[in-house]
Ligand binder design. Structure first.
Ligand code: SR1
Length: 325
């Protein structure tokens, strides 16, 4: 550990221990988020300890206690169930450990919250759905309650339906697990078979969208369906742009940038510098048409064309290297 030249203490010496404690680590979004956190940690000479999530609330609590015992200076809590985290996060704060939450509402004024502007994300996806399909359509909706980003996107969906009486939610389904896409595909198959008049599916998580697309292909109805989602990865770009894909738009950040922002927020707090309570990384609308027209095939190519996919001005400081991708 050599530290970062010109950085405030303790980053001038390096080797600062920070824990990344995730609730979910399967899937493209969470792997890219972790990779971004690791890249930012490396650039700050942080000793990042990664605790992989297994969608297990008890294990995540235990991991926070382990991080406290390791003597970390900061903890990034990535998703999770607020009711099982509040007291252990308070124990960390009481020991002087700085905590940052990504996509989990810890409702603690000492814990800054990182998010992807989920209201805007859902609004932009639904605006595109209206642009493509008008204001009257039968919809399928993929949702699992209890995850902060999905709950925020759901607020927009509920408002959207109340403002558009021609939009009818015919089926609601969804599953979050280590097999989200395939379990959602099974549910989507049943929902789409029972409701053949569904023409639009709002699936605001890429694993959900992937599941619905799988179901549509299996049922041979891909040409009659349009899927609107959140998130993007290299694999998603391939699925969106392939010939005949029903996945027509997504609204997304680069999750690696969000991971980097989360680590920067922890670092700034550890250095005793002010950060806003709400830290937002804004998403970008990516339509099938625009991706095909740009010939973009990977997240890296997207980052070359769209500045928001390579960096964010959230949680920055002159001493923090932030051009990582
Ligand atoms: C189960 S929550 C999944 C969402 O978390 C992140 O906010 C991603 O955008 C993903 O859609």
């Amino acid at each position: 550990a050599g530290g970062v030249s010109g950085a405030p203490t303790p980053f001038d010496k390096g080797g600062v221990k920070v824990a990344l404690i995730s609730y979910i680590s399967a899937g493209d979004f969470f792997q890219a988020y972790q990779a971004g956190a690791e890249a930012q940690a490396k650039a700050l000479d942080i000793d990042l300890r990664v605790f992989p999530g297994r969608q297990d609330a008890a294990e995540q609590r235990e991991q926070i206690l382990q991080a406290i015992n390791l003597g970390v200076a900061g903890i990034v809590v990535d998703h999770g169930l607020p009711e099982s985290l509040g007291d252990v996060v308070q124990q960390a704060l009481d020991k002087g450990i700085k905590v940052v939450a990504f996509d989990v509402n810890l409702n603690n004024p000492k814990v800054p919250q990182v998010e992807q502007s989920d209201h805007e994300l859902a609004e932009r996806a639904l605006e595109q759905a209206v642009k493509d399909n008008g204001k009257s359509f039968n919809a399928g909706y993929v949702y699992v309650a209890g995850f902060a980003p999905l709950d925020r996107r759901n607020e927009v969906w509920e408002r959207f339906k109340s403002e558009n009486s021609g939009v009818v939610e015919k089926a609601r389904f969804g599953n979050v697990s280590d097999t989200t896409a395939t379990s959602t595909a099974d549910q989507a198959k049943a929902a789409l078979t029972a409701n053949p008049d569904i023409s639009v599916v709002f699936a605001p998580y890429d694993e959900f969208a992937r599941g619905v697309k799988l179901a549509a292909n299996d049922l041979g109805i891909a040409s009659k369906l349009k899927i609107y989602s959140a998130d993007v990865s290299t694999a998603d770009i391939q699925e969106i742009t392939e010939e005949g894909s029903p996945w027509v738009a997504t609204v997304a950040t680069n999750p690696a940038v969000v991971g980097a922002v989360s680590v920067r927020a922890a670092a700034l707090q550890i250095a005793g510098q002010e950060i806003p309570h709400q830290i937002t990384v804004k998403p970008t609308l990516l339509t099938q048409e625009s991706l095909r027209a740009a010939g973009v095939k990977t997240i890296e190519e997207l980052a070359q064309k769209i500045p928001a996919f390579s960096t964010s001005d959230a949680a920055t400081a002159s001493w923090i290297p932030d051009k990582l991708f």
